[in-house]
Design a binder for this molecule. Structure first.
Ligand SMILES: NC(=O)c1ccc[n+]([C@@H]2O[C@H](COP(=O)([O-])OP(=O)(O)OC[C@H]3O[C@@H](n4cnc5c(N)ncnc54)[C@H](O)[C@@H]3O)[C@@H](O)[C@H]2O)c1
Length: 459
């Protein structure tokens, strides 16, 4: 039997051993999915801490219950290692290592390069290797393929190579790794066939495309689409503010159109490991081809200014009360980059805190999911959302709208709230003066509150 058929048979019979390189937000859920489908999975990570946690049956990823990890480890279906030499025994390898940006906003490919070297060292005929890390178009062909060929392996005949972007949405209970369709593009048709067979064994629906570049660009289009649309509504919030119109009311009304409109929400800026970073991978690639990606640059410019816009709102709101930011106590509510998760990577809250501190504010934060975090070598600890803290704060800034926070209580106890997420929209007016991202003229003139706005909102 040819190499491809043997590998397909092993996958079909769940005898293929699966290796996942990088056991983070992407790698661990994928490892668990393969193990649940009955494969024996080996996770490889450079972090001793991560490997030990998994082997001890613990989970460091919020979306993956420790009970699932513990059960799969106990059944012998999941184990983790820091020993790269074991990867030679593996039949199917998915690489899910970080792809951050360097300080210059250029791609930092060091993790992908290092993981490729690790995999190439033990690469052998009969393996399928899939890159999942978000990256610029051309990475799989230009970086991974030569590494395999240097070992004398012919891609598409001896070894099978593909790109398949991960689309995990942390905190999303409806769409998980298993039921989110998976786009797969191989170097050759045989590579796509093997990679689709692999993922079809544990993911509900695969979408084959004609090349790794098409798959790489699919992910970048998806995240650029989000970045551009968030940039658009963020600009709309500024426009609405200048016109004295409530942006949330306008968006809610526009969203009643049953076709041709998709709802995006303005806010204090974008965060996480994907949306603020991924479009820059494409922008960088296009710069090497002498093309400027204008939508990406403009969206990034608008989105990255939102923390300053929020801080300006805080300063203006304090000024209305004859207070300076300098010396004021500001309580930032929520530091995770989005609702109901514990991830602070690239969170706009970190910029909001830094900017307020630069202006001399004494800043505390509360986040039910983030007990502490480090930024620029400084440790920050979440304070309790106690009546005393609310009373002590000259302003409370809602940066992340976690659903377990009681916003009515906030409105009743705080004196001033700057609400960058419209989290207080459903609260009935209380003690707090509420400042929104954009103010409606009707609300400024202190007319009875419209049901759409519900909170007490002034400029
Ligand atoms: N987090 C998300 O929501 C998300 C969604 C879709 C795609 N992605 C993409 O998936 C990729 C991984 O992101 P993540 O959020 O899972 O990262 P992460 O930081 O959560 O996890 C990466 C893991 O890789 C390990 N690692 C680093 N270098 C390694 C190496 N050379 N060999 C083995 N292990 C190594 C780290 O120790 C870490 O445990 C990135 O390209 C990211 O853009 C992330």
């Amino acid at each position: 039997m040819a190499t491809k058929e043997i590998l397909l048979q092993k996958i079909g019979q769940r005898k293929a051993r699966i290796g996942i390189i990088g056991l983070g937000y992407v790698g661990l859920p994928l490892a668990v999915e393969f193990a649940r489908a009955g494969f024996r999975v080996l996770g490889y990570d450079v972090s001793e801490r991560v490997v030990k946690a998994i082997n001890d049956g613990r989970s460091h990823i919020q979306d993956v219950p420790a009970t699932s990890v513990a059960a799969l480890v106990k059944e012998g279906l999941l184990e983790a290692t820091t020993d790269p030499s074991l990867l030679g025994e593996i039949d199917a390898i998915s690489i899910a290592v970080p792809t951050p940006l360097a300080k210059t906003r250029d791609p930092d490919m060091s993790y992908v390069v290092s993981a490729t070297d690790t995999v190439a060292r033990t690469a052998r005929p009969g393996q399928v290797i899939v890159l999942e890390s978000t990256t610029y178009p051309g990475t799989t062909r230009e970086l991974l393929q030569p590494a395999m060929e240097e070992r004398g392996l012919v891609v598409g005949r001896d070894i099978f190579l593909a790109f398949s972007p991960e689309r995990v949405d942390p905190g999303n209970e409806r769409y998980t790794t298993k039921n989110t369709p998976k786009v797969v593009g191989g170097i050759t048709a045989a590579c796509t066939e093997v990679a689709v067979a692999l993922y079809s064994a544990c993911i509900d629906h695969c979408v084959p495309v004609s090349s790794p570049e098409a798959a790489e660009l699919t992910k970048l289009l998806e995240n650029t689409f989000r970045s551009v649309n968030i940039g658009l509504v963020n600009e709309m919030a500024i426009v609405c503010d200048k016109l004295g119109v409530n942006v949330w009311e306008v968006i809610d009304a526009a969203a009643t159109k049953p076709f041709g409109f998709m709802r995006f929400a303005p806010g204090p800026g974008i965060g996480g490991h994907c949306i603020p970073l991924d479009p820059h991978y494409l922008a960088w690639k296009m710069r090497t081809l002498n093309y400027k990606t204008r939508f990406i640059d403009l969206a990034s410019e608008i989105n990255s200014q939102m923390p300053s816009y929020v801080v300006e709102k805080v300063a203006a709101a304090l000024n209305d009360e004859r207070k300076a930011v300098n010396g004021s106590r500001v309580l930032v509510l929520g530091v995770a980059y989005k609702r109901d998760i514990d991830d602070t990577r690239e969170s706009p809250a970190l910029d909001v805190i830094r900017l307020l501190e630069e202006l001399g504010a004494s800043v505390a934060y509360h986040d039910p999911y983030v007990p502490s975090f480090h930024e620029d070598g400084v440790r920050h600890e979440s304070v309790a959302l106690s009546d005393e803290e609310l009373k002590r704060a000259d302003a409370v800034v809602i940066v992340t709208d976690h659903s377990i926070v009681d916003y009515q209580r906030l409105v009743n106890r705080a004196s001033l709230i700057v609400d960058a997420r419209n989290a207080t929209a459903r609260a009935v007016p209380g003690k707090a003066r509420i400042v929104s991202l954009s103010a409606s003229r009707a609300e400024i003139s202190s007319e009875p509150l419209s049901p759409a706005a519900a909170g007490k909102i002034v400029a």
